[in-house]
Unconditional design. Structure first.
Length: 467
């Protein structure tokens, strides 16, 4: 059992129920889709109700992202734009000016590349969300839910918009963690894991992972919505390797910080060094310098640094730590795993009744907690090789560039969901985090970000046998 820190009271816009798994494609039901949309919408409302002022909404918590108010309006505009595209709403939408304003997110390499614009006051965007919510529910109540839903079905647009909202709950939660802590209030019922729980005695050990053939890609028998980059198939022969039993913890990373790892140029890639120097990075983003060390910025509070929680870092920081760990531990060849190696080290870990992982209670997924948890504290989340937290808790950076699988094809409702991001500018993550819900908590979900971008993401180290 994971110990919890109790919640503090705050305003909430709507009741928030338990997270629900994605609706089934083969047995679509109006009441299930409706409940899923309402639940995801209420969680977005809950998250943004924690922000205490219009001034905070108009700021950029991250210099590489739009002002926060954009992310309040974006999921609603996405619903409208996709339903219009699918023919489930009349051309013209709900409020065309806002649908155009909130249509597209951003992914600049540099802050100077971001073209900022003026946004309405937050109250107007809340009113817009309320109008769109009523329209979406009207569409759900109007269309027939007979028959299986396939990618060519107009109802696919509803499921796409639902999953998109769930994605943005998680990415927006990362932005809120970058606001000043006094600008947010913890919602009722929000629970953190205990920050002072110890890591397991065997944390940090390497375990042997056997070789084998793994198949990447969402299988044809999967019965829930999947994004374009999940489709396709790649069979990979994985050689035996060693993997960290656990994710690297804040306590382990603190040793790297104290050893001067952030200032040791030889540990950093050229790209990582340039990012570090340009941003003046000396510690992980969610560590708060204090006279006696570091505090930790959780979602809505500052806590003492939880040494047993997994470290949350960029890929550049993870790669630098791996080089330092190799040298300091005398274990050469420590590195991030590939996508195929992650699939192999996760083999044998629990799945839900559908062969996915979304509804499994073995993991810190789907907002069971409002924070990471001490590594290994979800004892059921262990693979056949003894690797813990193979899914959930925090995303796990991979060594791979983001790339399509053989058989990849774009979907006409969202042709640029993945394609613009393939290539060496974006690294991959796997496994989901505590904030991942719906399809993001699926074992087939493939996530990518620029390697210097912040997410609820950590890492596990591996090494090739004989390295």
């Amino acid at each position: 059992m994971v110990a919890l820190i109790p919640a503090a009271p705050a305003a909430v816009k709507a009741p928030v129920g338990p997270t629900l798994p994605p609706p089934r494609l083969d047995r679509p039901a109006r009441e299930v889709v409706r409940a899923s949309v309402l639940g995801a919408w209420a969680r977005t409302d809950m998250l943004f109700c924690s922000v205490d002022s219009d001034a905070a909404f108009q700021t950029q918590p991250d210099p590489l992202r739009n002002p926060l108010v954009f992310y309040l309006g974006h999921p609603a505009a996405f619903y409208v734009n996709k339903l219009v595209m699918a023919g489930l709403l009349a051309t013209g939408g709900v409020e065309p000016a806002l649908e155009a304003l909130f249509e597209r997110g951003v992914d600049p390499a540099h802050a100077d590349d971001l073209a900022l614009t003026a946004y309405p006051r937050t109250e107007a965007v809340w009113r817009y969300r309320d109008r769109v919510r009523a329209v979406v529910l009207g569409v759900i109540d109007r269309v027939s839910w007979d028959g299986e839903i396939g990618p060519d079905d107009p109802r696919w647009a509803l499921l796409m918009a639902l999953e998109h909202e769930r994605i943005h709950f998680e990415t927006s939660s990362v932005l809120l963690r970058q606001l000043p802590v006094e600008a947010v209030r913890r919602p009722p019922g929000w629970r953190y894991a205990a920050w002072d729980a110890p890591a397991p005695a065997d944390a940090g050990a390497l375990v042997a992972v056997g070789g084998g053939r793994v198949t990447l890609g969402r299988p044809a028998w999967a019965r829930t919505f999947g994004w374009d980059n999940e489709h396709g198939r790649l069979d990979v022969e994985v050689a035996p390797f060693e993997a960290g039993r656990d994710l690297v913890t804040n306590g382990e990373l603190l040793a790297f910080v104290r050893a001067g790892g952030y200032a040791h140029d030889a540990l950093w890639s050229a790209e990582g060094r340039a990012w570090r120097d340009a941003r003046g990075v000396t510690a992980p983003r969610f560590w708060v310098p204090r006279a006696t060390g570091y505090a930790y910025r959780a979602m809505f509070d500052e806590l003492p640094l939880p040494l047993a929680w997994p470290a949350e870092v960029t890929a550049h920081e993870a790669e630098a730590y791996a080089r330092w760990a190799s040298a300091s531990r005398g274990v050469p060849g420590m590195r991030l795993p590939t996508e195929a190696e992650h699939a192999q080290l996760a083999a044998g870990a629990p799945l839900d009744e559908h062969g996915d992982v979304v509804a499994s209670e073995a993991y810190n997924l789907c907002l069971r907690l409002g924070s990471p948890s001490p590594v290994g504290s979800f004892g059921g989340a262990t693979s056949r090789w003894g690797c813990r937290d193979v899914r959930g808790n925090v995303w796990q950076w991979l060594a791979d560039d983001f790339a399509p699988l053989p058989g990849f094809a774009t979907h006409p409702y969202y042709p640029d969901f993945s394609t613009p991001y393939f290539g060496s500018d974006h690294g991959m993550m796997a496994g989901g985090s505590w904030a991942s819900t719906g399809g993001s908590a699926s074992r087939w979900y493939r996530l990518w970000f620029r390697r210097f971008f912040h997410q609820h993401a950590g890492f596990r180290l591996v090494r090739s046998v004989g390295a």
